[in-house]
Write a protein that binds this ligand. Structure first.
Ligand code: FES
Length: 94
């Protein structure tokens, strides 16, 4: 199994970084590392945590995260329900 893989997550524009396991959400890993990441529902519906996947690959824990097909195509992601498949860079816009 690959569940013990760990990846580096970088948050832009501040440049904070932390490690996330392949078996946990990016938000959960960030909060565990005491990195401030905005969130509310933590189940992929409220969109408070929305940001842009600048690089890397993710997979969703749920079948229908609260993003449109167009938003996904633009690179928007919901870190509360996204697990890393590689090193990841997330960009937050104000
Ligand atoms: S915290 Fe609600 S969608 Fe991520």
């Amino acid at each position: 199994m690959t569940e013990d893989r760990r990846f580096r997550v970088t948050l832009l524009p501040q440049g904070q970084h932390f490690e996330a396991g392949a078996d946990e959400s990016l938000l959960k890993a960030g909060l565990r590392a005491l990195v401030p990441m905005r969130s509310s529902c933590r189940n992929g519906t409220c969109r408070t945590c929305i940001c842009r996947l600048a690089s890397g690959q993710i997979v969703y824990e749920i079948e229908w995260p609260g993003l449109t097909r167009e938003e996904k195509a633009e690179g928007l992601v919901l870190p509360c329900v996204a697990r890393p498949l590689s090193d990841v860079v997330l960009r937050y816009e104000s």
